[in-house]
Structures are given as structure tokens and as C-alpha cells.
Design a protein around this ligand. Structure first.
Ligand code: DHB
Ligand code: FE
Length: 281
């Protein structure tokens, strides 16, 4: 069976793509952010996953407000990036892993999750930037993108996202393959891009949330979606991806995690950025 090695959660902000393209990683503004990644890259270099399942939210590239699935899973052989209007360079296509995609889809539908399956899927900055941050050169992994709606209400609850993540973890562990799999979460932490609270950041909540993923992983499932928006901002609710990732790593039967590394820095653009790598113990 496939081996689940662990997970990495990271913020995604379009400006990161511009900073990479312009080589700004050591500039004072960017350094505290980019300095978080080398220890995580080292760990991934030791672990060498073949495949990553990427929990992310599409921001209007593949799904727009007229058709917004709550949960969508990619089942393509290749995922192309396209211009989303942020003016950042388009990245090269990423290879898919259809065998895991279909095993995941069959497992999730078998557990009564109603999914949209996508045999063609454009991926936006939320999927491409974590890959670039973790593997700055050629991408050595194949991917299975799992899109969770955090853009248009109603959003899935934290409880439901936890259940989805658990089921994804089970699907990975029962995939008949000798490949190594990691899980990526892309989004958060606290930020709000628009409205009266534009610029809102909640450091205390972010740090408690990061701690909880190690010490009390289901902690955030006690909050309703509106409570999470209140605590983290309208876009901070992207932290649901982190919850899905942590759930996939498992809690039952000794599936504890070991924290490999974390970083937290305010702000990049309008966002409190977080990074966390967790190894399956
Ligand atoms: C920003 C953050 C995001 O999560 C996003 O998707 C787009 C922009 C920002 O802070 O600029
Ligand atoms: Fe976002």
C-alpha cells in the first residue's frame, strides 16, 4: 500500500509569484517569509514523496461564481496554470496521478461525499505557489488537486472539512501502490482582502490554531464557518485547508504527528503567513 509521509501547510499569496520571478527572496520585506522554507525543503528532500494531494481553494480560475462546487477532485493527467489577472508568471503544467485520483474519488463517494470530478482542471496560484515554494526547480512530484470552496457562501463547515480530510487520508493509505504520498494545505492564515475589516489579522488565533494541529487537532471543528470568518477574516477561512491536511494525517490508532518545522510572519501583502510541516509518526 502507499505510504503517507506527512503534510505541509502554507499560505499562498499571488505576490509570492512575483517575488520568486524577480529574485527578491533575500530582500528585507521577503526574507522572513522565504527563510521558513529551506528546513521544510530539506525534510521533503529526505522523504522524497512521489505524489502530493493538494487541498486548496480555487479563486475564480477554474470555477467561477456561476458554478461553485463545495468539493472538487482533479482526475487529469496534467494540470495547466493560466493567467488569473494577478500579473504573475504562469507556471509550467504539473503532472497528475490519475490512479490515486480515481481511488480517492471512489473512496470518498463510497463514504457519501458528493464530489465534482474534473478530468480537465486549470489550477491557480493556490495550487502552483506551494509547489514552487517547496520545489523551486522542476516539480518532482505528481499531484491530485482537491478544491474546497472558501470563496462563495455557503462554505463547508470545519467539521465537514475534517471528515473529508480523514477520508482522503484513508484513501491514500489504501491506495494499491508502492508510492510515497504527502499532503499539502494551501491557504490562510488570517487575512481579509475587502470590506470594512480589510487588513484584518488575528495573530493570537493563528498561533493557537497552529498549536492545536499538534496538541488537539480537532480543536477548530468547534467553530461555525461564521465564527471562523469572525476570527480569521473572510479569506482567513482558507485555514480550512490546514484542517483537511491534519485530518488526512490521522489521529486514531497511533497516527500521531511530529512537528518538523513552522514559520509565522506578518504581513505579506494583506496576509498573516504561516508554514507548518508535520511528519506522520
Ligand atoms: C492575497 C491573499 C490570498 O490568499 C489570495 O488568494 C490573494 C491575495 C493577499 O494578501 O494579497
Ligand atoms: Fe487565497
Amino acid at each position: 500500500m502507499a505510504q503517507l509521509i506527512g503534510g505541509v501547510a502554507t499560505s499562498h499569496i499571488p505576490a509570492i509569484g512575483g517575488a520568486i520571478a524577480n529574485g527578491l527572496q533575500q530582500e528585507p520585506y521577503w526574507k522572513p517569509f522565504f527563510d521558513g522554507y529551506p528546513p521544510v525543503r530539506d525534510w521533503l528532500g529526505e522523504q522524497r514523496p512521489d505524489v502530493v494531494v493538494v487541498f486548496y481553494n480555487d479563486h475564480g480560475l477554474n470555477f467561477f461564481l456561476d458554478k461553485m462546487p463545495t468539493f472538487a477532485v482533479g482526475a487529469a493527467t496534467e494540470y495547466r496554470n493560466a493567467d488569473e489577472g494577478w500579473g504573475i508568471p504562469t507556471t509550467e503544467p504539473v503532472r497528475g496521478e490519475p490512479g490515486l485520483s480515481w481511488h480517492l474519488i471512489e473512496t470518498l463517494v463510497g463514504k457519501d461525499f458528493d464530489l465534482v470530478t474534473c478530468q480537465e482542471m486549470l489550477v491557480d496560484h493556490a495550487c502552483t505557489l506551494p509547489l514552487k515554494l517547496l520545489w523551486p526547480g522542476e516539480c518532482p512530484v505528481t499531484i491530485v488537486p482537491v478544491s474546497i470552496n472558501t470563496v462563495q457562501f455557503p462554505l463547508p463547515s470545519a467539521r465537514r472539512v475534517w471528515a473529508l480530510g480523514e477520508a482522503v487520508g484513508e484513501a491514500i493509505r489504501t491506495w494499491d501502490s508502492d508510492k510515497k504520498v504527502a499532503v499539502i494545505a494551501s491557504g490562510g492564515l488570517s487575512h481579509q482582502l475587502d470590506g470594512e475589516r480589510a487588513g484584518f489579522i488575528n495573530k493570537a488565533f493563528d498561533l493557537q490554531f497552529m498549536d492545536s494541529l499538534v496538541s488537539n487537532p480537532t480543536w477548530a471543528t468547534r467553530f461555525s464557518t461564521l465564527e471562523l470568518v469572525e476570527q480569521t477574516g473572510t479569506q482567513g477561512v482558507e485555514l480550512l485547508m490546514w484542517l483537511a491536511m491534519r485530518a488526512a494525517l490521522g489521529t486514531a490508532g497511533g497516527h500521531a504527528v511530529r512537528e518538523v518545522h513552522r514559520n509565522y510572519h506578518i504581513p505579506i501583502s494583506n496576509t498573516a503567513t504561516g508554514l507548518m510541516a508535520l511528519a506522520c509518526a
